[in-house]
Design a protein around this ligand. Structure first.
Ligand SMILES: Cc1cc2nc3c(=O)[nH]c(=O)nc-3n(C[C@H](O)[C@H](O)[C@H](O)COP(=O)(O)OP(=O)(O)OC[C@H]3O[C@@H](n4cnc5c(N)ncnc54)[C@H](O)[C@@H]3O)c2cc1C
Length: 530
């Protein structure tokens, strides 16, 4: 960690109180001098002090979603004093169903949208916080052992092919409870971060962030500020107003509107056995796509996805239209038929879905130090790929790890960029390419999905993934790709597997097109709404 003030300085800062803003900046210049200073062990009292007003901590984590909770836990378990600031209120207690119904989270628009927690999320937790994983499972989450679907003999590394099926609040509460139990973390709920404090660093152009301000008038100094404010993080504009050079920022539309609804199987009904990696059926039917997310405690959620130009299909936001549509998709019938399950929510629509990739390191130099975006604030992608939770958790734990080994704020920025920057960029590229080509396909462009030259992204998704069931090596490579356990281009770089997939696809003819036709679906929806 970069230069920290000693406990004595903390006390003198505290004595000088709120008027000490300039001295805070003065001290902060020293912090930006990139020294490594060992801090005396803090007392519980030091942590508590920040709660009542301004003060100083090792790490200020902005946002208590999956990324912020992971980072808080990771830093605290490495001995750092952490303050976690979140605009939302305190968590109510309760079991999985009570939490899902009652946990009020206006700070996360997609809090109740279905989530898959991929192999990467599980393996990071297994390594870094196995207690959290146990707690998630204890709340009724399902361990989805994908390796059981392997067509051939299992290998030792196949044990990582396991995803976690849980509703997002159920997963998040396990992390949150672990955070709240850590004595080194001070959780400040109902606290909105409104800006950054900074000093100009002694390095060309890089702004040195030294702390944050909140809507409760607090000024909290920190050696490191972690931006875990999610998809709508305003940190880039805050840095801009502090005079930072513009960071790298790339955006691409996902081109999807989301309509999901949660259901629970009726007593005695068994979950349909679907030999798919993520347990539920998924498919694309030429003008829209669907996917079933399996969750905890016998719940599940089918998502119907349409492109933005499908105005008539926006009727899917109405419960009766959604039900009629779901029942007209054969793969969904065993799930949503009223004999099988009952809805436990209304339809939850979600739009404005974008892919974003951001980096504060430009041309090898950070535009700002003392601050690090993680999770969705660093990179977010089309939610159907289910990357966000895993990457957020990974970022949180990885940041704490690299900070431990870095000598100063600049070194933290560079080491973190080194650890996750290229991966985030590659994920953004892969998802954006698939989104672009899927829209081309839906717009009627003649793309042969069995030809990698036509669209590598669609070839992988629609041809290679389909062929995987027939070949153990292909299955393994696809499963590792889906679960984020390999670099995104690992599969396409494997010529042998690519050729094998083409051969299997060639043997089987073109991928079948699912029902219903668009006109048929519109008719079904119109009838349901009349
Ligand atoms: C529709 C949808 C479905 C998804 N499905 C999946 C999936 O299946 N699998 C998967 O892995 N990922 C999925 N994701 C992505 C995943 O939800 C995100 O990647 C994840 O939420 C990112 O976590 P985060 O902590 O970075 O941000 P968030 O979870 O958004 O947390 C941000 C936090 O910041 C707080 N906050 C915001 N502003 C302020 C402020 N000014 N001051 C204080 N606090 C503030 C918020 O209250 C919140 O707690 C989905 C996303 C969407 C949109």
């Amino acid at each position: 960690m970069p230069g920290s003030l000693s406990l004595k300085s903390v006390q003198s800062f505290w004595v000088s109180g709120f008027l000490a803003i300039w001295p805070v900046f003065h001290e902060s210049r020293a912090v930006c001098g990139f020294r490594r200073v060992v801090r005396a062990a803090p007392t519980a009292q030091d942590v508590g002090r920040v709660a009542n007003g301004s003060g100083r901590v090792d790490v200020a984590v902005l946002g208590g979603g999956l990324a912020g909770l992971s980072a808080s836990l990771a830093f605290a378990r490495r001995g750092r004093r952490v303050i976690l600031l979140d605009r939302d209120g305190l968590v109510e207690d309760g079991n999985a169903d009570e939490l899902f119904e009652r946990w009020d989270r206006p700070g996360i628009a997609h809090f109740r949208q279905p989530h898959n927690f991929l192999g990467l999320a599980r393996s990071v937790l297994l390594d870094e916080a196995p207690d959290v994983l146990d707690a998630v499972l204890g709340l009724g989450a399902l361990e989805n052992r994908q390796y059981e679907l392997l067509p051939g003999e299992a290998q030792p590394q196949d044990e990582s092919l396991v995803s976690i099926c849980a509703r997002r609040p159920v997963f998040e509460i396990a992390l949150r409870r672990a955070v709240e139990a850590e004595p080194k973390i001070n959780v400040e709920a109902d606290t909105r971060v409104v800006g950054l404090m900074a000093a100009k660093a002694p390095r060309e152009g890089a702004v040195c962030v030294t702390g944050v301000r909140t809507d409760r008038g607090q000024e909290i100094e920190a050696d490191l500020v972690v931006d875990a404010l999610g998809r709508t993080s305003p940190v880039v504009s805050w840095l801009d107003s502090l005079g930072a050079r513009p960071p790298l920022e790339r955006r691409a539309e996902c081109g999807l509107l989301y309509y999901s609804r949660h259901f629970r199987f009726r007593p005695g009904v068994e979950m349909p056995a679907v030999p798919a990696l993520l347990r539920g059926p998924r498919g694309e039917i030429g003008y829209m796509a669907f996917s079933v997310f399996v969750e905890d405690n016998r719940t599940f959620a089918p998502v119907l996805m349409i492109p933005p130009w499908e105005r008539e299909l926006r009727a899917l936001r109405f419960d009766e239209a959604y039900m009629a549509a779901a029942l007209s998709i054969p793969a969904l019938v065993p799930w949503v038929h009223p004999d099988q399950s009952e809805p436990i929510t209304s339809v939850l629509p979600m739009g404005s879905l974008q892919n974003l990739h951001r980096s504060l390191v430009m041309d090898g130099e950070p535009v700002a130090v003392g601050i690090q975006p993680i999770g969705d604030a660093l990179c977010h992608t089309n939610p159907t790929f289910a990357y966000g939770a895993s990457l957020s958790i990974r970022h949180g734990f990885r940041l704490a790890r690299v900070a431990d080994g870095a000598n100063d704020a600049r070194a933290i920025a560079l080491a973190f960029d080194d650890a996750v920057g290229a991966d985030a960029a590659a994920r953004f590229d892969a998802v954006s390419a698939e989104d672009r080509d899927r829209l081309r396909l839906w717009q009627g462009e003649p793309i042969d999905v069995r030809e990698p030259g036509d669209s590598m992204a669609l070839f992988l998704r629609m041809t290679v993934y389909a062929a995987a069931a027939k070949d153990p090596d292909l299955f393994r490579a696809v499963a590792r790709r889906v679960n984020l356990l390999d670099p995104p281009d690992a599969l396409e770089r494997d010529q042998t597997l690519m050729e094998r997939a083409q051969q299997i696809a060639g043997d089987g003819g073109p991928p079948p097109r699912s029902r219903p036709e668009r006109a048929e679906l519109l008719e079904v929806i119109a009838q349901a709404r009349s």
